[in-house]
Design a protein around this ligand. Structure first.
Ligand code: CU
Length: 321
């Protein structure tokens, strides 16, 4: 999990507006949620529950949010006793935590906008309509081609019947992965944060790109972004991103969705999904995340940041030893 050194409780005092809104929720849920969202949160795998009392099943350790005051700890992977493991990934399944992602269509024309519509259904088969705002949005939709190119971070809107929709253009042929990252209440009122994933297809001649070379520097328009820190399996490490323009550090970094940056990491090979939010304040001008790598392997990192009202994404390839 993504709990930083020092414990969740300390960090829970530093909330952004998106997290503060959660304080309207009642009882123990409040604390558990705040802990989860205020930390550089790793967005949770299948069955990841923000309700601390609900983590009682056999899968209970998958990406749950630690209640305040508990020390960060690592979870042993099922069937891998004695092996050091890292954070859980989400987005590998279209059904997890009692929720199922049901797209209306998964087929798209290449290069032409088409509405992507979907519902999230509960165990009672009914569409879920009760979503919690996380980082200013009730639903975060990430779309990327399976070769990890073409990253998009979108915010669909929900009709009263629980159908989400957003115009979506898949610019090139291939199989694309769509991740629905949300927290919702089921019919029993139990709140769960989960990321579900589904494949979308844009028919045509798919020419996958090789994963770009490992690098600590990336460009996005006229910005250069660097990062320091070495993500490891089994321990949470700081990751600091710095943003430059024309060789000078950018001073006008703006909050986007309540945070100075949003970091999505996707694992090469299965597209396992990790979503982390940074510390509330900049640290020496840098956007600071805390991250535990889910496993050794190659990852593509996508950092969304905003300057002068425009959101850009800096992408990095990272190898975790
Ligand atoms: Cu989002």
């Amino acid at each position: 999990m993504a709990a930083p050194p020092g414990g969740a409780g300390r960090r829970a005092n530093r909330l952004d507006p998106g997290s503060t809104r959660l304080a309207l929720v009642v009882g123990g849920l409040v604390l558990a949620l705040i802990a989860g969202f205020a930390i550089g949160r790793i967005d949770t795998g299948p069955g990841a529950s923000t309700a601390s009392g609900s983590a009682t099943t056999g899968q209970a350790d998958d990406g749950h949010v630690h209640p305040p005051g508990t020390a960060p700890h690592e979870h042993p992977a099922a069937g891998a006793a004695g092996v050091t493991t890292g954070a859980e990934v989400g987005g590998l399944s279209l059904s997890a935590g009692g929720f199922t992602l049901v797209p209306t269509t998964a087929s798209f024309p290449v290069g032409r906008s088409q509405d992507f519509r979907f519902q999230v259904r509960g165990t009672d088969r009914a569409p879920v309509t009760n979503f919690t705002v996380q980082h200013e949005k009730p639903m975060h939709l990430i779309v990327v081609r399976r070769d990890l190119s073409g990253f998009q971070h979108l915010h669909p809107t929900m009709a009263p019947d629980g159908t989400w929709s957003i115009p979506l253009t898949l610019p090139e042929a291939g199989v694309w992965r769509a991740y629905a990252d949300f927290a919702a209440s089921d019919s029993a009122g139990r709140q769960t944060a989960v990321t579900l994933g589904v494949d979308l297809v844009a028919s045509g001649d798919y020419r996958p790109r090789p994963l770009p070379a490992v690098a600590r520097e990336a460009t996005a328009d006229d910005f250069t972004v660097t990062f320091e820190g070495t993500p490891q399996v089994g321990t949470t490490q700081p990751l600091l991103f710095r943003i430059f323009r024309n060789g000078s550090p950018v001073t006008g970094l703006e909050r986007y969705l309540g945070a100075y940056g949003h970091l999505v990491a996707l694992r090469d090979g299965d597209l396992g999904y990790v979503h982390v939010h940074p510390e509330e304040q900049l640290v020496g001008g840098a956007v600071k995340f805390w991250l535990a790598a889910p496993s050794p392997g190659n990852y593509r990192l996508y950092l969304d940041f905003q300057v002068e009202g425009t959101v850009r994404t800096a992408e990095f390839t990272l190898t975790v030893a």
